[in-house]
Each structure stands twice: as C-alpha cells, then as structure tokens.
Design a protein around this ligand. Structure first.
Ligand SMILES: Cc1cc2nc3c(=O)[nH]c(=O)nc-3n(C[C@H](O)[C@H](O)[C@H](O)COP(=O)(O)OP(=O)(O)OC[C@H]3O[C@@H](n4cnc5c(N)ncnc54)[C@H](O)[C@@H]3O)c2cc1C
Length: 401
C-alpha cells in the first residue's frame, strides 16, 4: 500500500453514477483524481437499474421533471449537459439502445455496458479508484485542504466532491454520509424521504390487497393538502395492486409527491366519461350486477367486481349514480405509509440547493467542496431522469473541481 497521506487534486466520494462521471471528466481535464467507494465494486445501482437494462436518460428531460425545494436550481446543470451529450458518449462506445416509451432510453443488452463505459472514461482520465474504502471521515485543514481518512488510507486534495447518493436500498451500499458531511460543513439538509416507492394500505383499505396482481391505466396524484403546489402533478400510467398496497409507474410517480397524512387520488377510468349512462336510462336494471357489467367494459374484471362491491351507489337514483361515477374519477386512498428506503428507487430531499452554485455544484461558503447526484435535493421522476441528473451534476462539478 502507498504511504499515507496520498496527495491528489480531487477526491470524489462514491463510485456511483454521478461520482464516476465527475471523476472521469475531472481526470480528463488533467486533474489527479482519487475515487473512493466503500463497496467492493463500483456502480452497483447502475447494474440493477432499469430491470438490468439501465434507463440511462430521457430524451424529453426538462427541469419540470424534477422535484426540489428550488425548482429552478437544476436548470443550469441540465442545460450544460443534455441527454444528447450522454447519448453521443453511448454511441461512441457502440452501445446499442432503444427508446421504450416517452423518450426513455434503455440498453438493448446489459446495464453493465454503461458501467464499463464509465470505467473506461475514468481510465482515460487516469482516475485512481479505491474500493472497499470504509470508515470515511473528512477534515479540512487550516490551508483549506481536504483530508479524507478511510480504511484504505489517508487521501488529501484541494477539492472534494461528495457523490455518495441517498438512502435508497441500503443493501446496495446507501448511507447517509453525504448528509452528514453537508451538516459538518454548515449546509442545511432537507429531511430525506423515500420516493418512487410503493404505498402501503391499511385499515379498511387493506381489503384492496386481495386484488394483488391487478393492473390498470389510471391517472394518479398526491393530494398535496400540505400546500405544496408540486403535489398536484398528475401521472397517467399503469397502477398495480400489490400484496401490501399500491404500486406500478403511476403510483410510484405520485409517491414522490405524497407525504404522510395526505390522500393519494386515482382516476380509475381516465379514458371514459358517461360510464354509467346506460344505468341511468329509465328502463335500465339498477343493481350491483349491472354496475359490475358497466365497469367491466373499461376495467379489469377483478377490479370492476371489487368496485361494484365497495362503491355501489346509495339508492340507485340518477344523482347517486352520478356521484358514484364522479368518485370513480377521483377515488381517494389514505395510505398508511410507504415501503420505505428498502424499496424506494430514489431519495427525495437532501442537501439544500440554496448552499450550492447551480453551474458547478460547489458549496458557496466552502470553496473546493462539491455535492452532486442524488445526495442533492433534486429528484427526478421515473423514466431516466435520475441518471440524467447524476450525469449532468457530475459533469458540472467535474469541469469545475
Ligand atoms: C432498483 C433501482 C433501479 C433504478 N433504475 C433507474 C433507471 O433505470 N433510470 C434512472 O434514471 N434511475 C434509476 N434509478 C435511480 C438511480 O440509480 C440513482 O438516482 C442514481 O444512481 C444516483 O446516482 P448517485 O451517483 O448520486 O448515487 P449512487 O448511484 O447511489 O452512488 C452512490 C455511491 O456512493 C457509495 N457510498 C454510499 N455511502 C458511502 C460511504 N459511506 N462511503 C463510501 N462510499 C459510499 C455507494 O456505495 C454508491 O456506490 C434506480 C434506482 C434503483 C434503486
């Protein structure tokens, strides 16, 4: 092992998506970069992302696709490094890809190709990767140099980039180190919460879980009564009933905007209006069987049966049928929680962007210190946006550190 301390220009903490990108860009600028990772391998999340095919970007990436206390913060970095830039890199490495839906780009083959590409870029930049670097602790010397102690020895550099991600999926290596370091250097941390996560139903609503496996296209939104305007963002996609509650892309998307105590609202029949018109005819049968039949026209059979059971109108008058139909388009759930960081695809909240420069990710009050990727309070929607943020914020810091 080399003698301590080892001197570099830049130390990057965390060899995930953002850290690898940042290290490669800084290294290729001629900076001497050390990249420290506590896992025994880099990029574990990249490998399992997108069901193993890595949804590496989204062609329609816009700042509106991100959740942050400051919705303007991400604009600058996202504009400096666009999906097209990452795509050029992917093409240069001859990685085959396809657009699945709504601008979501996936590898044709394994996500490993993306990780190998990033590692090759790091090699071009002569980045030194130190794996199994546990027990990381950071101090800043009087001269402003960063000293990083770890189980792989001590590292020193004038610039430190924190790319240790959020709290999602602890078994893949997620820790709160980024937040701890932010607090250590005087930054505010917006309390992190699990996002893109299944929601859990309880009480009488737990009845829904008997429909586990049923899926339907809905419009879903969190009814942000907590006064957050962003809570009204609506998602028209599939929802899936699970053995614990609700999931599927529509619900995962809405979950990022949902906070405990709020309602999750689903339009269960977004493609149809006048669904119960036939029942309102003067000579029509008005009973559960007729209701179930009408619902079956547009909904999966088990879902139609369940709704006919629990949502039947009181009295079967025209007014009651109208109210029943309105409810189908605005069905309120009251989830008792989420499946937590163990199941959350991302972590929302994090390092407050107010303390960071938007073009470089550098901490305003601590020159040479940078925060990038998921550790920062910028959270993308489902569909390749989180990786695009990791690449863009990584490049922004990589060019400046
Ligand atoms: C199952 C799953 C699938 C996903 N699929 C997609 C997808 O297809 N498209 C998409 O855009 N997004 C996807 N995401 C989200 C995406 O993976 C993340 O947003 C992205 O990886 C964040 O990049 P990051 O570099 O900030 O953090 P990470 O990729 O999480 O990297 C952080 C790194 O820091 C290391 N680290 C953490 N703590 C310490 C410590 N104390 N000491 C040393 N090292 C540490 C970690 O081990 C890790 O290697 C998915 C997430 C999950 C969980």
């Amino acid at each position: 092992m080399a003698t301590d301390p080892r001197q570099f220009d830049v130390i990057v903490l965390g060899a995930g998506a953002a850290g690898l990108m940042c290290a490669a860009v800084a290294g290729q600028r001629g900076r001497r970069v050390a990249l420290l990772e506590h896992n025994g391998q880099p990029g574990r999340k990249i490998l399992i992302s997108g069901g193993g095919r890595c949804n590496f970007t989204n062609l329609h990436c816009r700042p509106e696709d991100f959740l942050s206390e400051n919705p303007h913060f991400a604009k600058s970095a996202l504009a400096l490094y666009e999906p097209q830039h990452f795509l050029e890199l992917v093409d240069r490495y001859g990685i085959a890809w396809h657009e699945k839906t709504q601008g979501q780009l996936f590898c044709d083959g394994s996500a490993r190709a993306i990780l190998d590409m990033l590692l090759a870029e790091c090699e071009l930049g002569r980045v030194e990767i130190a794996l199994n670097a546990g027990g990381i602790a950071v101090e800043r010397s009087a001269s402003g140099e960063f000293c990083v102690a770890s189980s792989q020895g001590e590292f020193r550099a004038g610039a430190l980039v924190v790319a240790t991600g959020g709290l999602s999926i602890p078994k893949l290596g997620a820790t709160g180190l980024g937040y701890e370091l932010a607090r250590q250097f005087g930054l505010r941390v917006i309390e992190p919460w699990p996002a893109l996560v299944p929601l859990v139903l309880g009480g009488a609503e737990a009845e829904w879980t008997k429909l586990a496996g049923v899926s339907a296209e809905v419009v879903a939104w969190a009814d942000g009564k907590n006064g957050k305007a962003q809570g009204k963002v609506k998602f028209r996609e599939k929802m899936l009933v699970t053995h614990r509650g609700l999931s599927g892309p529509a619900v995962l998307q809405a979950s990022s905007y949902w906070r405990p105590g709020e309602a999750l609202v689903l339009d269960l029949a977004p493609n149809s209006s006048g669904l119960l018109n036939a029942l309102r005819q003067p000579d029509a049968h008005r009973d559960s069987a007729a209701l179930r039949q009408a619902l079956r026209e547009v909904l999966p059979q088990r879902l139609a049966g369940h709704l006919a059971e629990i949502g039947a109108p009181q009295g079967w008058s025209n007014a009651a049928l109208e109210a029943c139909e309105r409810r189908l388009h605005r069905w309120e759930f009251h989830p008792v929680g989420t499946e937590g960081f163990e199941k959350a695809e991302v972590t929302a909240g994090g390092v407050d962007t107010a303390g960071l420069q938007a073009r470089t990710m550098e901490v305003r009050a601590v020159p040479g210190l940078f925060f990038i990727g998921e550790a920062v309070d910028v959270t993308g929607q489902l569909g390749g946006f989180n990786f695009q943020w990791a690449w863009a914020s990584g490049v922004a810091a990589g060019r400046a550190c």
